[in-house]
Each structure stands twice: as C-alpha cells, then as structure tokens.
Design a protein around this ligand. Structure first.
Ligand code: TYC
Length: 115
C-alpha cells in the first residue's frame, strides 16, 4: 500500500475537523527518500591501469577520459567513489566488478558503503 494510502486510512475523517472533539487535524507529509550507497574502488599493486579504465567504462558508463582520471585518483589516493546508487544497484555493480576482475585474474577490489 502506498504511504499516502496508509496515511488516509489512519485518519479516516481526512484532514479537517475531528467529528467527536471538533479538533482541527492535519498530518504533515514527510517524504522519505531511500538511502544511497557509495560504490568504492580500491587500489592494488597488480591490476593493470587499462583494466580499471575498462571496468569504469563498462560497468559505470564513464567516458574514456573521465575513467582514466578516476583510475589515476584511485591509484594515487588508494580509494575513490566511482558512483552513488540505491542499495540494489550498488550491490549489483559491486558483484559485477568483483566477478569480472576474478574472471580476468586481477585482484581488483570494489566495495559499497552507505552515504
Ligand atoms: N595501482 C595499479 C597499477 O599501478 C593500478 C590500479 C588503479 C589498480 C586503480 C586498482 O582500483 C585500482 N597497476
């Protein structure tokens, strides 16, 4: 059931005046946003730079030049956020990257954390 529907059901007389007490009633609608998750790429000493660039293009839809720059940020700093997603999408990205790295025998690590 939608949150709008449940709000209406919990206040069957609708916004306005309580039928018994005459009290004016109003419910404030606080819109809930789903939590977001950062996907992080970790540096290591063995994964080739070109492979990381390819991963950023393939799984994160990044243009080549942006992928090169972000790869170099990870290389220099040790870690960088490569995208922010809903839980399900972030989890899928992490799984795809980890599987792809493993299949290609690279130790590349990718994780997620709540924003
Ligand atoms: N440090 C790696 C190298 O010098 C390159 C690299 C960059 C590896 C980013 C992982 O997430 C990474 N070949």
């Amino acid at each position: 059931m939608s949150s709008q529907a449940s709000r209406l059901m919990s206040r069957p007389n609708g916004p306005g005046r309580d039928v018994e007490t005459g009290t004016l009633t109003r419910t404030r609608s606080k819109t809930q946003r789903p939590p977001l998750y950062k996907v992080l790429m970790l540096n290591d000493d063995y994964t080739p730079m070109e492979f990381v660039v390819h991963v950023l293009e393939r799984f994160f839809g990044m243009p080549h030049q942006q992928a090169v720059e972000l790869m170099l940020t990870v290389h220099r700093k040790g870690v960088a956020v490569v995208g922010v997603f809903s839980f399900e999408i972030a989890e899928t990205k992490v799984t795809q990257v980890m599987d792809y790295a493993r299949r290609n025998q690279h130790p590349l690590q990718c994780t997620m954390e709540r924003e």
